[in-house]
Design a protein around this ligand. Structure first.
Ligand code: NAP
Length: 361
């Protein structure tokens, strides 16, 4: 009989447990340990509440969770309540599936001002994560800036833009539903430090913005390369860029605007004791497609800044860590000495939920 500890009960954790069951059958016992009292990690606290079809994947994990040889041990923080070395002594193998729940910090003057919130905190707030229940983001302001051009930025912009009726069927928590229903925000800037061809947004998620009840997206076609250049993009990105181009033709007749600001690199947050504006430098692309500042700056008036610029895995004492990539140092998931890592803790915060399945296996 093998005894395995999986630390973290999100997708990577349950796919690992499922893989262990498939491989060892009745000859394995898996303990899934989580700092939260309830399982499913990112599915519960990260996936947007209005994306129930994505959240539905928990049913697959539930099958594993309810089987006889898999146990959930909640409310245990590894590193505080039990050390990695202790776990290594107790189990045949320890698998770190701790995800990447920490925001990458916004490294600029004014980033500490009230009104600047990381996406982990903001998403946690509307998803009922107990650590962020008291976040109380400023929604009595008329404009918000969402920094980043990935799918998390889209989630945040969409949640800020939706009407109460559009949350029917979601599992948004009551405090966020009520606060968002009373929100005064009418303009949501989505800032990319590079251009439309460099976005990390997927077509389905981007397309949703074109069908909101009371909000409409706006782009400046002057930011786009010639249309013929789209043919060079891989199909998914080409579809996303087509959605963006189509946004230009939508009538701007709704109450809220989602403004895509490309080639816009935030350089400072300013305000008197709270966020009042974001200072942005215009960029251009160099030959490696990196954003280079042009020296030209402008201000975006806003009272809320949500940073959606990626996440980091929290380091654990005694486990080698790659600071720059925000993940455990590993070779194809092997850390060494009976210690493994999977999912975002292994690869860094990229890929869809399904990407974690082969990782777990
Ligand atoms: P992401 O896809 O890596 O996007 C991060 C964005 O932040 C990029 O646009 C990046 O720009 C920008 N950025 C990074 N540092 C910055 C800085 N200092 N200043 C300005 N911009 C900066 O990460 P994510 O949006 O957090 O998503 C994480 C993963 O979860 C992704 O794989 C995503 O697809 C997935 N996800 C999927 C869904 C869904 O399928 N519905 C929903 C949410 C998340 P550069 O490109 O210039 O670096």
């Amino acid at each position: 009989m093998r005894h395995i500890a999986v630390i973290g009960s999100g997708p990577a954790g349950y796919y690992s447990a499922e893989a262990l069951q498939k491989h060892y059958g009745d000859e394995v016992r898996v303990d899934i340990i989580d700092r939260m009292p309830v399982p499913y990690g990112l599915i519960r606290f990260g996936v947007a509440p209005d994306h129930q079809s994505i959240k539905g994947v928990y049913r697959r994990y539930e099958k594993v969770a309810l089987s006889d040889n898999v146990r959930f041990v909640g409310n245990v923080l590894v590193g505080r309540d039990v050390s990695i070395d202790e776990l290594r002594g107790l189990y045949d193998a320890v698998v770190l599936a701790t995800g990447a729940p920490n925001d990458r910090p916004l490294d600029m003057p004014g980033a500490e001002l009230p009104g600047v919130v990381g996406s982990a905190a903001f998403v946690g707030w509307y998803n009922g994560h107990p650590e962020f229940a008291a976040l109380d983001p400023p929604l009595d302001v008329t404009a918000a800036a969402v920094i980043g051009n990935g799918n998390v930025a889209l989630d945040v912009a969409r949640i800020l833009a939706k009407t109460p009726a559009e949350f029917v069927g979601s599992d948004i928590v009551a405090h966020a539903f009520e606060a968002l229903g009373n929100s005064a925000i009418r303009t949501i800037h989505v800032l990319g430090r590079r251009g439309p061809h460099q976005i990390a947004m997927t077509p389905k998620e981007l397309g949703e913005l074109g069908h909101l009840e009371d909000a409409v997206p706006e782009v400046d076609l002057g930011d786009f390369p010639p249309p013929l250049d789209d043919a060079l993009l891989e199909p998914g990105l080409r579809k996303s860029v087509t959605h963006l181009r189509d946004f230009a033709g939508l009538p701007k007749t709704k109450r809220k605007l989602i403004v895509f600001d490309f080639f816009a690199k935030p350089v400072a947050v300013e305000g008197d004791g709270k966020v009042e504006r974001l200072i942005v430098e215009r960029t251009r692309l160099d030959e490696r497609q990196a954003a280079v500042g042009t020296g030209e700056t402008y201000a975006i008036p806003c009272g809320l800044v949500v940073t959606c610029i990626g996440y980091k895995t929290p380091p654990l004492e005694g486990v080698p860590y790659e600071e720059d990539r925000g993940r455990f140092a590993n070779s194809e998931g092997v850390i060494g000495g009976g210690l493994y890592c999977v999912g975002w803790a292994r690869r860094g915060p990229t890929g869809t939920i399904g990407t974690n399945r082969p990782d777990g296996y």
